[in-house]
Design a protein around this ligand. Sequence first.
Ligand SMILES: [Ca+2]
Length: 302
Amino acid sequence: MLEDMRPAAAIAFFQFVINCARIAAGQAAPEIVIWEQDGSPMIRIPAGAFEMGLTEEEARAAWQEDTALWAQNLKAAGWPAPRLEDYLSATPKHRTSVSAFLLDQYEVSNAQYRKYVAATGARPAEYAGDPVLGRDEHPVVGVSWRDATAYARWAGKRLPTEAEWEYAARGPTGLMYPWGGILEATRANLPVELSPDEYAQSAPRGSFSAGASPFGILDLCGNAMEWVADPFDARYYAHSPTSDPPGPATGEFRILRGGGWKYFHSPAIYRSAYRAPRYLGDRAPFAGFRCAADDRMDGMEF
Ligand SMILES: [Ca+2]
C-alpha cells in the first residue's frame, strides 16, 4: 500500500515544485474575467516593469538577421528588403512600468464585431463577407484605427497603449517573441512564406496555443496585426514617461503590433518590440485589434 502511494506522493511533490517555479517565473495560471458587454475572456495583467523597445545593438542585429532571411527565401517571394530605420524606431531600450490592466485573451472576432455593427449601425468590417477572413471565429480584419476605437468604446473598454501591448507580449523579462527568443513558425499564424501550414490566411483565434505570452494571451504574434491606442512618433522612446506612457498627443499615423497572416514590410514585424506605423483610416486585410480595460481591482484589499 505504502509502495503504491509513493509514486503519487512523489508526483504531487513534483507538481508542487513545478507550480512554485511557474509562479516564480510569472507563469501562474492566468486570472480570467469575462467582460459582460462583448463576452470576451480578459486576462488580468498585474502591475510590472520591463525593458521596452530595443537597444541600438539589438536593432542592428535584428536587421542583419532579417536581411539574411530575406535574401535566403523572401526576396524571391517579393518581400521588400528590411530597412534599418524601421528597426531603429524601437530604440532606445528604456525601463517602463505599467499599472495593472485587463487585456482580451483573444483578438476581437468577426462574430463579436457583427454584434456591434447590428447594435450600433456602424459600418461592417471591410472583409465581413470574405469566405475565409469573414468567418465568425476568425479575427475581424479590415477595420481602421477609428473603427477599432469605436468598438472598444461601445464595449466599455479601450485599445491597449503601446506599452501595455508590449508588456503583455514580452512579460517582465522582455522576451523577443511571446514564447521566447526565436521566431518559430509552429507557434503563430504567419504568412505562408514563413509558415506553410493549413492556414493560408487568417486562422480561428487561439489556434496556436504554443504561442501564448507569459500572461497567457494568445495570437499576440501573427494572425491579425493589432491596432494600439498611441499615435506614432519614431523618436518617442527617447523622451517618453517611464510610467504608463500614454504616447504622443497627436499624429497622423497609429501603430500596428505583432505581425499578421499576410506579408507586410519585413520579418521584423513579428518581434514584439516592433512598431509598424499605419494611417489611422486604413482598413487592411491583416489589421484587427483586441481591447484593454483598466483594472478597477488594482490596489484593493480583500
Ligand atoms: Ca495578432
